[in-house]
Design a protein around this ligand. Structure first.
Ligand code: ADP
Ligand code: MG
Length: 364
């Protein structure tokens, strides 16, 4: 099911005298392609849940429209939209068994949609099998692990074969290992069912790893939409560049001049076509630092952390916006000292430059 958000806006009145209105979602325009998994990503309070609740029908927009396929569903009540919802706190009924929890949405069907007992059981078992909890049907939620409870919640959302599946931070209550495992599960389930899915998270790793497309939001405004790798490599502004990537991108005060990029006196990039002369923010991805005796860029190393797969050089530099910062050093490259000055060459593809005022990207 293709989902179209057209000028979608949700405004809440400001609380208290002279408090400005809050635009929880501001003029969101996007066509979610059929059968894709979309990661809606941004810091807390940026409007992710509001967007999801607008799609589900739990919240009514102030302006704009929502279409499922060609159907305008803007005025359609939530229960008639055919969406499956999963929240962070699994919201299972504690006194019901797993099977009864999954059956619950089916038992509430009325009129011509009503199913026979056999048909309901068949659907409940199919949904349970899909999320691999079919062995646990007689247990109560309190007898399940967090990961299993979240699977039950997903099965309950899937049992009516929704047109759209909406997941609001579904992994936040799980420990690190289960989070990894469950996010792969969600990807598998989405692939198997082909249900158009919107997955909300504030965790960029999570969004990047399972989404076909990510939407990066801030203060109700969409900043960028694209394939995860594309958005990482080619962010439109400093906010997006900083929000994606762990460790985060390292930002410096710098200057562009004659197609070259300088941090202090060091030239870290040359051969650009941009002929502007101005002070800029220069941002370098942590994996862009290559230790190299004749490297132009000299940083002060305070420590090397060995991670196994690679190591982190904890460095500082007088032009860095925040110190210390982390450079990721691959195992082929060695830093021969424990601390002190280290020379780096910077990989050209890992340097991004931004306007100091607007924080918009400047192409080199
Ligand atoms: P997120 O899920 O990204 O953390 P939300 O969508 O929950 O963010 O909230 C976006 C903004 O809208 C926040 O500033 C929040 O305070 C505000 N907001 C959300 N719901 C309401 C409400 N019912 N009344 C007033 N303001 C709200
Ligand atoms: Mg939220």
């Amino acid at each position: 099911m293709q989902v179209t958000l057209s000028h979608l806006t949700k405004k809440y009145p400001g609380r208290g005298k002279n408090a400005p209105d809050v635009y929880a979602v501001n003029n969101f325009d996007f066509v979610i392609p059929d059968g894709k998994l979309i990661g809606l990503l941004g810091p807390s309070g940026c409007g992710k849940s509001t967007t999801l609740n607008l799609i589900s029908g739990l919240v009514k927009p102030t302006e704009g429209k929502i279409f499922f396929g060609d159907d305008d569903v803007t005025e359609l009540p939530a229960e008639n939209r055919g969406v499956g919802l999963v929240f962070q706190n699994y919201a299972l009924y504690p006194h019901l068994t797993v099977l009864q929890n999954i059956l619950f949405p089916l038992e509430n069907l009325k009129g011509k949609n009503k199913l026979s007992k056999e048909a309901m059981l068949e659907k409940a078992h199919a949904a349970a099998k899909l999320v691999q909890i079919d062995e646990l049907m007689e247990r109560k939620p309190s007898e399940l692990s967090g990961g299993q409870q979240q699977r039950v919640a997903i099965a309950r959302a899937l049992v009516k074969t929704p047109r759209v599946l909406l997941l609001d931070e579904p992994l936040s209550n799980l420990d690190a290992r289960l989070r990894l495992q469950t996010r792969e599960e969600i990807r598998r389930i989405q692939n198997e069912t082909g249900i158009t899915t919107v997955f909300v998270t504030h965790d960029q790793d999570e969004a990047m790893s399972i989404s076909d497309l990510i939407v990066v939001m801030k203060d109700g405004v969409v900043h960028q939409i694209g394939e995860p790798q594309r958005v990482y490599d080619d962010p439109t502004n400093l906010f997006v560049a900083k929000f994606l990537g762990t460790p985060p991108i390292c930002v410096f005060d710098g200057r562009i001049s004659g197609g070259k990029v300088y941090i202090g006196e060091s030239c870290v990039y040359e051969g650009g076509k941009n002929t502007e002369e101005k002070d800029v923010f220069v941002a370098i991805r942590p994996e862009g630092f290559v230790p190299c005796d004749d490297g132009e860029f000299v940083c002060n190393l305070s420590r090397v952390e060995v991670m196994g797969r690679d190591s982190s050089a904890i460095c500082s530099h007088e032009k860095a916006i925040s110190n210390p910062f982390r450079a990721i050093i691959s195992t082929e490259d060695v830093i021969n000292k424990a601390k002190g000055d280290v020379n780096f060459r910077i990989k050209p593809s890992k340097i991004l430059v931004f306007d100091k005022k607007t924080e918009e990207r400047i192409r080199l």
